[in-house]
Design a protein around this ligand. Structure first.
Ligand code: TYD
Length: 200
């Protein structure tokens, strides 16, 4: 059983790569559960709406809602998937909280790491795939899309978030795959598959 997470700044092409990997897993008849954060459970989807639209949340309140959504996901989705022997694919996980609430919002990182641990217990991804690109490019790619609270944050926020992902990847190289999100989608999909298939 493998637990694989996709991370990346907003507008990095993460959804396209997730779709491609899901298609490949389905074609090869692998049993897997797909989920996303925040979300993936009824409570989590409600919290997602609040998190994406409420600009009056305090940074700490925001952090705690992400953590609450994650705990619910662990109990209702991830543990049952592990128990039934399925692989798990998630659009974002704990590293997003360190990058956005820690590096981005400036909350204390050791506290975030402990809260993540409290919410997840011993469950950690086997692989986190980071689609990395400069936020200037990612934001310009998103110019036509509907934007939420995070998408509207200033460029310096997104630069800190990017640095947050890169530093996490750097400190745990075996469990991260960092890809240049500017590469053609086909090439990225092949690199992702070459890595993922070693874990299945
Ligand atoms: P989403 O629409 O899923 O964004 P994306 O397509 O970029 O994944 O919205 C989720 C937003 O929530 C995204 O901007 C990142 C942010 N986020 C955090 O700030 N902390 C977290 O712990 C998680 C999981 C997400």
């Amino acid at each position: 059983m493998a637990f694989i997470v996709f991370e990346g700044g907003d507008g990095s092409g993460k959804s396209t790569q997730i779709k491609r990997l899901r298609n490949r897993l389905a074609r090869r008849r692998y049993l897997y559960t797909f989920t996303r954060e925040p979300g993936g459970t009824p409570l989590g989807e409600n919290l997602r709406k609040i998190l994406k639209t409420r600009s009056d949340l305090s940074p700490l309140g925001e952090l705690l809602l992400f953590i609450a959504a994650r705990q619910q996901l662990i109990n209702q989705v991830i543990i049952p998937a592990i128990d039934s022997g399925k692989h798990i694919l998630s659009d974002r996980f704990t590293a997003s909280t360190v990058a956005y609430q820690g590096y981005g919002r400036g909350l204390d990182i050791p506290h975030i790491v402990s809260l993540n641990k409290l919410a997840t217990g011993d469950i950690e991804p086997d692989l986190t795939i980071l689609l990395d690109m400069p936020p200037e490019i990612a934001l310009s790619r998103m110019s036509g899309r509907k934007k939420d609270t995070f998408d509207n944050s200033e460029l310096s926020f997104h630069k800190r978030v990017r640095q947050g992902f890169l530093e996490q990847a750097q400190s745990d190289k075996l469990k991260w795959l960092v890809l240049d999100a500017n590469l053609p989608a086909n090439k990225l999909a092949i690199e992702i598959w070459n890595k993922v298939k070693t874990l299945l």
